[in-house]
Design a protein around this ligand. Structure first.
Ligand code: CA
Length: 247
């Protein structure tokens, strides 16, 4: 696998690069946020130091998350609980505080890659637990769990890895309402993120990309359920068929 190592400290970068290479990974090391953004597309996973010379690490993390879904582990000296929570909320898959044990970091990399369903890990991601047969249908939306594809009226819609994971989790048990904690625990690996907005952001992404605002139904104060996409969202709001003359 190809690692992007974002680390401005030469000695730390060398130690990490050697350990990664010993485990069969290829490594691109960059020391500046600008170069991280430039090269993140190549990466199968990212190790990110938060203390960089040209941009705050948290801001870089947010920007990386808007352009890249690759598993990302923060490796930093910032050890306050607030820093850790902010890092996880900003989209880090794991957070390791320096000084760390190298073997532990390597094990965490393996765990994150397995959890996020990176190729060469377990195919299909374990975010979709059940039912790997035919597609799950909700109106004209079909969710193909095994193939990890979504079609709307027969046309494929491209979701990010996490958006698909959320949708697949709901689609695997469409009759159930799923709590925020359960979804976060399953897909982010951390129910502690329950206050995070990142789940809502991903749900909003699913709705806008499919153009079916009712595909994911909000159960206020609790969580989400796969919804029939044409139902329940009409009260007070515009219909998404665009066919009814209002005059
Ligand atoms: Ca640093």
């Amino acid at each position: 696998m190809h690692a992007l190592l974002v680390e401005d400290d030469d000695r730390m970068a060398q130690a990490l690069g050697t350990a990664l290479a010993q485990r069969g990974h290829t490594v691109r090391r960059v020391g500046r946020a600008l170069d991280a953004l430039r090269h993140v597309h190549e990466a199968d996973f990212v190790l990110l130091d938060m203390g960089l010379p040209d941009l705050d690490g948290l801001e870089l993390l947010r920007r990386l998350r808007t352009v890249c879904d690759a598993p990302l582990i923060v490796v930093t000296a910032r050890c306050e609980e607030r820093d850790i929570v902010q890092g996880l909320r900003a989209g880090a898959d794991d957070y390791v505080v320096k000084p760390f044990r190298m073997a532990e970091l390597m094990a965490r990399i393996d765990t994150v890659r397995r959890r996020t369903g990176t190729p060469s890990g377990r195919p299909g991601s374990d975010a979709a637990p059940a039912r790997l047969g035919g597609p799950v249908r909700a109106g004209d939306v079909e969710v193909h769990l095994a193939g990890r594809t979504v079609t709307v009226a027969g046309t494929e819609v491209r979701l990010t890895r996490r958006e698909f994971d959320v949708l697949a989790f709901l689609a695997a048990r469409p009759e159930e309402v799923h709590s925020r904690e359960a979804i976060l625990d399953r897909i982010w690996g951390d129910a502690f993120l329950a206050a995070s907005r990142s789940l809502d952001v991903h749900v909003a992404g699913i709705r806008s990309k499919t153009g079916r605002s009712g595909l994911v139904r909000t159960v206020r104060g609790f969580g989400y359920q796969l919804g029939p996409p044409t139902a329940r969202c009409e009260r007070g709001g515009p219909r998404d068929t665009g066919r009814g003359p209002q005059s």
